[in-house]
Structures are given as C-alpha cells and as structure tokens.
Design a protein around this ligand. Structure first.
Ligand SMILES: [Fe+2]
Ligand SMILES: [Fe+2]
Length: 253
C-alpha cells in the first residue's frame, strides 16, 4: 500500500462507510459461492488469469504511452507501478485459493485489444492508445471489480477494494488528457471506438459463463461497464447522441 511520496488515490466513498466492504461477513441478500468447490476453482483459474494478464498489460501500456508522451513520463510511470502492484495482489488471490491461473488463455483473451494497441503505438496514435487502455480497459476492469467485490472471498475482497480505487484514477487520467485535446481527438476517438468496443463486447461474452460461476452476472458487468465508459465520454465532451452512436458500435462489430 506504500506509494512513497505519491498521494493516495481516493474516492468519495469511504471504505468504512460502505457495508459491502465489511470483510467480516457476507453482504445481505448476496449468496456467496463455495470458494473451495472444484467448479469455482476451475472458473477462477481463467478469471484470475485474465485479471493478472490485464494488470500486466496495463503496466506495459502505460510504459509504452510514456514513450509517446515524454512530458507525462513520470505520471505514466506512477500509473504503471500501480498496475504491477495490482498484478501482485491478484496473484496472491489465486494462491490463497490454491488456484493456478491459466495464463495462456488470458494472453489469448487480450490479443485483439493488445494487437490494436500495438498497431496504434507504432503509428504514434496517442488518442487510440488512450482510448484502448485508459478508457476501455480501465472501464472493463472497474466493472469487473465492482461486480466481483460483493461475491469475493474475504482475502480477495480486501485486495480488490484497494485496486478499484486506483483504476478510477487511471480512467480519470485518460479522461482529462482527452478532454483537454477534445476537438483534435474527436474523429480518432470515434474511429478507435468503432474498432475496439466490439472486442470488449466479445470479451464480456467469452467471460460470462466463468463469471457466472463466481456469481457475477453478465448483465451487471455490461451495465457497470457502460456507465463508466459513457460517463468518461460525457466528461471528455461528447453529447448524448454521439455517445449513443458510439455505444451502438458494440452491436455492429
Ligand atoms: Fe490495475
Ligand atoms: Fe488501471
């Protein structure tokens, strides 16, 4: 938890005020899964791997973005270090349950977004890189962690609560940069959205069955993702009609 001299990222909600964050017991109205069941561990081996791989790639992506935005290198390096800390935390979650993460599955799972990020990076397209990592991947992570927290084992719940606060600061980073470069970024953002949002939909489809074993429902994941993503697009400067058109790209790709 030590960020050195870095300020701790905070959300308006305090951990002690939210009953869903009480590590002592289950949350009212929530049925916890059997964390020791073989079916749980099997699904967890893929979900945990996705999370570990996602955090590793987030680290790599922020370091890569620093090469495109040298004046932002210090801040991007700080975000990248947070992602490595998250990766270690989620690795510990798998170990705690005696689960071996299926890393080859996760590596393949992220390949469409990773490939698109790498192409954009080579072309020096900062806007596309930020849309993929700081908006889409961060919003995907935020939704997954939100929906996971109430049904997580106590060890993983505590770790995930810490992580999700950080992910908001990362989403916010991308949002602020794109907001201050909105007019010149608009067309590239729309294009990058068209090319990458369908991949997020397919990722949600692919993860749905395993997520359900963990008591995380696809509808909740989609809803939470769209809230985070659309809030970001609104803040950046898009109007409701433009956002509806961008969201509709998920259905077309
Ligand atoms: Fe992270
Ligand atoms: Fe992040």
């Amino acid at each position: 938890m030590n960020h050195g001299s870095d300020p701790m990222p905070t959300l308006e909600t305090s951990t002690s005020a939210d009953p869903s964050l009480d590590p002592k017991g289950p949350i009212e109205g929530v049925t916890l899964p059997d964390f020791s069941a073989e079916s749980y561990k099997d699904a967890y081996s893929r979900i945990n791997a996705i999370v570990i791989e996602g955090e590793q790639e987030a680290h790599d992506n922020y370091m890569a973005l620093a090469t495109l935005l040298p004046d932002q290198a210090e801040e991007l390096g700080r975000l990248a270090r947070m992602e490595l800390k998250h990766m270690k935390g989620f690795t510990a979650c798998g170990n705690n349950l005696g689960v071996t993460a299926d890393m080859p599955f996760a590596h393949e799972f992220f390949s469409p977004l990773r490939n698109n990020f790498q192409v954009a990076l080579k072309e020096g397209k900062v806007v596309t890189c930020l849309l993929i990592q700081a908006l889409l991947i961060e919003a995907f992570a935020i939704s997954a962690y939100h929906i996971y927290i109430p049904v997580a084992d106590p060890f993983a719940r505590k770790i995930t609560e810490g992580v999700v606060k950080d992910e908001y600061t990362h989403l916010n980073y991308g949002q602020e940069w794109l907001k201050s470069h909105f007019e010149e970024s608009r067309a590239e953002l729309e294009q990058a959205n068209r090319e990458n949002l369908p991949h997020v939909r397919r990722m949600l489809d692919r993860v749905a069955a395993d997520a359900s074993v963990l008591h995380m429902e696809k509808e909740d994941l989609i809803e939470d993702f769209l809230i985070a993503y659309q809030d970001a697009l609104t803040d950046i400067g898009f109007n409701p009609r433009e956002i509806a058109r961008m969201a509709a790209a998920a259905l077309l790709g």
